[in-house]
Structure formats: structure tokens, C-alpha cells
Design a protein around this ligand. Structure first.
Ligand SMILES: *[C@@H]1O[C@H](CO)[C@@H](O)[C@H](O)[C@H]1NC(C)=O
Length: 375
């Protein structure tokens, strides 16, 4: 009888071992109960689970007039041997190169999974012309927008960055509900971004594969963004393309902290003035602070979802004019024909992508796992 009672009590104590976490979650793959320290989202990419990862289907170019066309196609995103690959390919491989300067594409599809996901910036329908060719690169961007979003927690993504001129990989988080309004009022958390150029220098510094960065974007409107006060880079002379690294985020009600392989890259611990003061926006007395009724972490006190993509080029200055690269940058960021200029320069960048060897692995963003734990 005693033994039975002890047994019953220990079962009860095991089931009660869940200490509720302050982490909150939502989405189809979010746990019902969030226990402190528990693994609350994970993917080892033993299979490609599109219930977790929704593809973008758009020409939109991320707001930066990037040169890629994101779609759901196993040429550009697939899992193999427990790794997710996001691999670029040429749009001309599918439609022919003449199509780029005169073809018309409407990528709005009828099936739920084929819908155009971003109509902004001519994202669903474009007609190529000689000066504005259709997006010449196909690539992929996947996100947990429906499956999983969370507020506070620890994130670790083990990934290998791609190599190849003008490739722009990113693993990042965006606000699930824009609780403080549209970008950048509700924030953006960039866990890791890098550039694929193997030998690109800017003011004497290698800003290609030897550099990885983490950034927070936040501000009342796009022209007023505090990212420069929350941006960190780390150099690795072997190149972030040469090995897998663990990119980490610790996000609490007090601070946001980025690390690579357990070594802190940077952190923000806002004071009582929150990110409004951290961004220096209090120097504009006539601006209304959208975060004034949030916590001091606002806008980073709401749920975010995970995005992983491989972009190419763009005109926002992520690839500055005036960089030194073995084959010079083929477009100016101010050029109205930037995409055409990039495409016409393919003899310079395409050989650096090594697409014809090893299924394009050099040029692929490779992700071994994504894990999120509750605080
Ligand atoms: C997927 O991509 C390949 C390579 O670009 C292309 O040949 C194929 O037609 C694409 N599939 C669909 C359904 O668009």
C-alpha cells in the first residue's frame, strides 16, 4: 500500500515538474503548455516539413530590390542528409534568357500553397524589359509564420553560410502581429547575415565570407531606425562558409543577446526609457512613441517568427558601391537598371557560385538544425 502510494505520488510529482515559463507561443506547432527550459520548437531537417516552413512565393525583393525570385521548388530548397539547403539557380534555366527581357510572369497561384505571399513592390506580377529584366535568380525563403511564433526564449541555429559573389544569406525573426505598427515599428531581429564574396574588401576590411553580423531594427518609421546602435559583426579568417557555426539568441524581458558558438557577439539591455531612448528617438519631442504603453523591451516584447532565406544583391547598400572585389560589383545602388546590370555581369559572378559541382552546395545556405527553448 505504501509502495503504491509512493509510486502514485512520484508520478504526480513528475507531471508537476513543469515550471510555467514566461515565454509565450502561438502557431500550429507551438506546445500547449510551455515549461521553463523546455525545447518548444525544433527541426533537424531529417525531412522537409512544409507544415513548419511555409515558402514565400514572390518577386518582391525584400524591400531592397534584391534580384531573386522566391518560390517553392526543390531545385532551390530541399533537405538531404539532415541538412536544409537553400540553393540559388538561374531563372533563365527555366524560361530561357530571352524571356528575362520580355517575358511576363504572374505567380499568383490557385492552390492555398501557391498563393503569392507578398504583393508589395510588384511582388506577384512582373513584365521583363531590356532595362528591367525579370528577377534573374531563383531562390527560397521559408518561415514559421503559421506554425510557430514566440515571445522570449533561447534560439540556436547551426548553419553554414554560402560562398559566391553577391549572395546574401539571412536567418532572422519578424514580428508575428505587428503589434506596434508596420516596419520597423514592431521590430526585426537579425540573428545572422553575411555576404558570399570570398575576397571582398571595403575600406580595407574583408566584408565577405569572413564577416557575420547580427542586428536589431526598430524605430517609428523606416527613415528613423536605430539599427546602428544594435549591430554587431564578428570576423572569422577561415570564413563562415568553411564550417557550421551555432548562431544564438537569448531574449529575455531584460535584454537581447546574440552569440556565435557560445561567445557573446553583442547585447542590448535597455534602461527604463526602453528602445525609444536606446535609439535616441527622444531627441524628437514631436514624435509619438508607439511603444509608450509597452514594456521597456518594446517592440521586442511581442511574438516573433523565424525566417531563413538566401537573397542576392539588392540596392539598399548591403553591398556598398566602391567595394573591392576580384570582379568589380556590376551594378550601382542608385542605378534604375541595377537588376539588368547585375544579370549582364554574370560572367563575373556565376563562376564563383560553383553551381555545377556538388549540387551547388558552395553557394547554398545550409542549416543543420533550428532549436528554440523557453526561458
Ligand atoms: C523548378 O525549378 C526548375 C529549375 O529552375 C524548373 O525547371 C522547374 O520547371 C521548376 N518547377 C516548377 C513547377 O516551376
Amino acid at each position: 500500500m505504501w509502495l503504491l502510494l509512493v509510486g502514485v505520488l512520484s508520478v504526480i510529482s513528475v507531471t508537476k515538474a513543469c515550471t510555467p515559463s514566461i515565454t509565450t507561443v502561438s502557431g500550429t506547432h507551438a506546445p500547449v503548455t510551455v515549461c521553463s527550459g523546455a525545447l518548444i520548437f525544433a527541426d533537424d531537417f531529417e525531412e522537409f516539413d512544409l507544415e513548419k516552413w511555409q515558402h514565400e512565393n514572390t518577386f518582391a525583393g525584400g524591400g531592397n530590390w534584391e534580384f531573386q525570385y522566391y518560390s517553392n521548388n526543390r531545385t532551390n530548397s530541399f533537405t538531404h542528409s539532415g541538412i536544409l539547403f537553400i540553393r540559388p539557380s538561374l531563372t533563365a534555366d527555366q524560361f530561357g534568357s530571352a524571356f528575362l527581357s520580355r517575358g511576363h510572369l504572374n505567380i499568383e497561384g490557385g492552390a492555398p500553397a501557391d498563393r503569392c505571399t507578398n504583393p508589395q513592390w510588384y511582388g506577384c506580377e512582373r513584365t521583363g524589359t531590356v532595362t528591367h529584366v525579370l528577377n534573374p535568380i531563383k531562390s527560397a525563403r521559408v518561415r514559421t509564420v503559421n506554425s510557430f511564433s514566440f515571445r522570449y526564449g533561447r534560439v540556436e541555429v547551426r548553419a553554414k553560410m554560402p560562398a559566391g559573389d553577391w549572395l546574401w544569406p539571412a536567418i532572422w525573426l519578424m514580428p508575428a502581429f505587428n503589434s506596434y505598427g508596420t516596419w520597423p515599428s514592431s521590430g526585426e531581429i537579425d540573428l545572422v547575415e553575411s555576404r558570399g564574396n570570398r575576397n571582398m574588401f571595403h575600406n580595407g576590411v574583408h566584408i565577405g565570407t569572413q564577416e557575420a553580423g547580427s542586428t536589431l531594427h526598430y524605430g517609428p518609421y523606416p527613415e528613423l531606425n536605430g539599427w546602428e546602435r544594435a549591430h554587431w559583426i564578428r570576423r572569422n579568417s577561415a570564413g563562415y562558409n568553411s564550417a557550421f557555426h551555432r548562431y544564438q539568441l537569448e531574449w529575455t524581458p531584460d535584454f537581447l543577446r546574440f552569440s556565435i558558438d557560445d561567445v557573446e557577439l553583442g547585447r542590448v539591455t535597455p534602461g527604463n526609457g526602453g528602445f525609444w531612448e536606446h535609439g535616441g528617438f527622444n531627441r524628437f519631442p514631436n514624435l509619438l512613441n508607439p511603444w509608450r504603453y509597452g514594456t521597456k523591451m518594446a517592440p521586442f516584447d511581442q511574438k516573433f517568427y523565424i525566417i531563413m532565406n538566401l537573397a542576392v544583391g539588392g540596392t539598399n547598400g548591403f553591398f556598398p558601391d566602391g567595394v573591392q572585389n576580384p570582379v568589380p560589383k556590376p551594378w550601382w545602388n542608385g542605378s534604375p537598371a541595377a537588376t539588368t546590370d547585375f544579370w549582364n555581369g554574370q560572367a563575373g559572378w556565376l563562376p564563383t557560385w560553383n553551381l555545377n559541382s556538388n549540387d551547388g552546395q558552395d553557394a547554398s545556405l545550409q542549416v543543420d538544425y533550428v532549436r528554440v527553448w523557453a526561458l
